[in-house]
Design a protein around this ligand. Structure first.
Ligand code: GRF
Length: 194
């Protein structure tokens, strides 16, 4: 049985592309049923439409860093209508607080560009670079109502070179994300017995 995914994102969608590539070449037994974004012109929506995946902009409401409670309810409804089993946050830039967390308890994962618990929050690769770290990486974790705080599922390390720029380091971390995230989803699919 294919694992039915819902993907939430606010950015360009390179992680969505990586998931779909793994599905297409048989490394991941899943299907992306729905893509939702809180950003009307996000690249992830264009990408989803190019890939013939149902995609929708969800107006986030009156807050800057979270969603209106009614909006979370709406998203739950949309994800349930699409029969989604696992919600993947792939660059979704808002904190979940209410209906999504309770309706998809232990069924929401996030990809974050650092080795958590180090450097939660925004532009984590810049934080790691500034702190003089020799390595950083990316983390896939279950989502709770904090900022990048839920239980860690898997991590992939990335080295920091002496002459690294934030852009070069971020690109290297994203490459690692594109390997780690589909692999974690495949593992979850396997352990779900599908
Ligand atoms: C990724 O770097 C992820 O770690 C962060 O947001 C970025 C999303 O990238 N949370 P993309 O939209 O998948 O290209």
């Amino acid at each position: 049985m294919k694992l039915r995914l819902g993907v939430l994102g606010s950015g360009k969608g390179s992680n969505l592309r990586a998931i779909v590539e793994c599905i297409n070449d048989g490394r991941l037994n899943a299907e992306v049923r729905l893509v939702l974004s809180d950003v009307a012109n996000a690249g992830i929506l264009d990408l989803a439409r190019d890939l013939n995946i149902p995609a929708m902009y969800v107006r986030p409401g009156r807050f800057r860093t979270k969603l209106d409670p009614e909006v979370e309810q709406d998203m739950v409804r949309l994800l349930n209508e699409a029969d989604v089993e696992l919600v993947v946050l792939a660059g979704f830039m808002r904190i979940l607080k209410g209906a999504l967390l309770s309706s998809f308890a232990h069924r929401i994962i996030n990809i974050h560009p650092s080795l958590l618990p180090k450097y939660p929050g925004l532009e984590a690769w810049k934080q790691a670079l500034k702190s003089g770290e020799k390595e950083t990486g990316c983390t896939v974790h279950y989502v709770d109502n904090g900022i990048d705080t839920g239980p860690i599922i898997a991590q992939k390390k990335v080295s920091i070179e002496p002459d690294d720029t934030p852009e070069r380091l971020h690109a290297r971390i994203q490459k690692a994300e594109h390997e780690l995230l589909p692999m974690v989803i495949a593992d979850l699919q396997g352990s779900a017995g599908g």
